[in-house]
Ligand binder design. Structure first.
Ligand SMILES: NC(=O)c1ccc[n+]([C@@H]2O[C@H](COP(=O)([O-])OP(=O)(O)OC[C@H]3O[C@@H](n4cnc5c(N)ncnc54)[C@H](O)[C@@H]3O)[C@@H](O)[C@H]2O)c1
Ligand SMILES: O=C(O)C1=N[C@H](C(=O)O)CCC1
Length: 232
C-alpha cells in the first residue's frame, strides 16, 4: 500500500516505522500546507497533524478521492461538516480519537460500566487524562469520547473540564513530560471507589491501529469507525 503521511511529527514518524515493517511504502510526507502535495501518488492518506490543519487535509483527500484515516484531535466541531462532504463526494473516511486496540476495548468496558453504575446514585463519576507536555488540546480526544459514551449510557447530561455542574461529568487534564496517554474513569462513593484505567506504554498502539485502519479502508467508500475495523 502506498501511504501519504499528513503530519510528520511524533505520530507520523511512528506510523512510518510500523507501516514499513508491515510492507507498506511511504510515498509522501506533508508536514505543512497540503496545497501543492501530489496526493495522487498514494493509495491512502493518514492524517496525524494539528487541530487547525486536519479539516483541510481530510477534505482535500475527499476531493482527490484518496481514502483518509485521521487521528488528529481538537478539530471535531467540524466533524459533521467533514462527514457531509465525504458523502457528497463519495469518498472514504475513518476518524478515531484513539486508534489503539486497548483503548477501543476500554471504550466497550466504559459503555457497559456506565450502564451498570447508572442504577447506583451513591457513586459519582469523574474522568482523568494525563499526556505529555507538548499536547496542544485539552481534554484529550479520547477523554471526550469516554465522556460522550458515559452520557449516552447514563442520566448524565454532559461533561466539563475541571468544574462540572450538577449532573455533568468532571474531566481533569494533566500534563506530565513524556506520558504517551493515560485515561482513568473513577466511580467514587462515601465508602469505596471503583477505577478503570488504560495506560499507553508508547505511541506504537495508536500507530499500529491507524495503519490497520488504512489497510481496511483502502478499497472502501463511506464513513467508518474503529468499531467497524475491529468488528466490535
Ligand atoms: N487518534 C489517536 O490514536 C492519536 C494518537 C496520538 C496522537 N493523536 C493526535 O494526533 C495529532 C498529532 O500528534 P503528534 O504527537 O504526532 O503531534 P506532533 O506535534 O508531534 O506532530 C504534528 C505535526 O503536524 C505538522 N503540521 C503542522 N501543520 C500541518 C499541516 N498543515 N499539514 C500537515 N502537517 C502539519 C507539524 O509540523 C508536526 O510535525 C494530535 O492531534 C494528537 O492529539 C491521536
Ligand atoms: O499524544 C497525543 O496527543 C494523544 N492524543 C490522542 C487524544 O487526544 O486522545 C490519543 C492519545 C495520545
Amino acid at each position: 500500500m502506498k501511504i501519504a503521511l499528513l503530519g510528520y511529527g511524533k505520530m507520523g514518524k511512528t506510523i512510518e516505522r510500523l507501516a514499513v515493517e508491515r510492507g507498506h511504502e511511504i510515498v509522501l510526507k506533508v508536514d505543512n500546507d497540503i496545497d501543492n502535495a501530489d496526493l495522487q501518488k498514494a493509495d491512502v492518506a493518514i492524517d496525524f497533524s494539528v487541530p487547525n490543519a486536519a479539516f483541510k487535509n481530510i477534505t482535500t483527500c475527499f476531493e482527490k478521492q484518496i481514502p483518509v484515516v485521521s487521528g488528529t484531535t481538537g478539530w471535531l466541531k467540524k466533524y459533521e461538516e467533514a462527514v457531509e462532504l465525504c458523502k457528497k463526494q463519495d469518498a472514504a473516511f475513518i476518524y478515531a480519537s484513539n486508534f489503539s486496540l486497548g483503548v477501543n476495548l476500554f471504550f466497550e468496558l466504559n459503555r457497559n460500566l456506565a450502564k451498570l453504575m447508572n442504577r447506583f446514585k451513591e457513586y459519582n463519576v469523574a474522568i482523568e487524562e494525563i499526556h505529555h507536555t507538548q499536547k496542544l488540546d485539552a481534554p484529550s480526544g479520547t477523554a471526550i469520547s469516554l465522556a460522550e459514551q458515559i452520557v449516552e449510557n447514563s442520566d448524565k447530561t454532559g461533561w466539563r473540564l475541571d468544574e462540572a455542574k450538577e449532573n455533568e461529568i468532571p474531566v481533569t487534564a494533566k500534563r506530565i513530560e513524556n506520558v504517551p496517554g493515560t485515561h482513568s474513569i473513577l466511580y467514587n462513593s462515601e465508602v469505596d471507589s471503583i477505577k478503570i484505567e488504560h495506560v499507553a506504554h508508547s505511541r506504537d498502539g495508536f500507530a499500529l491501529g491507524a495503519v490497520i485502519a488504512a489497510e481496511w479502508l483502502q478499497h472502501r467508500k463511506g464513513i467508518y469507525s474503529m468499531k467497524d475495523v475491529l468488528g466490535l
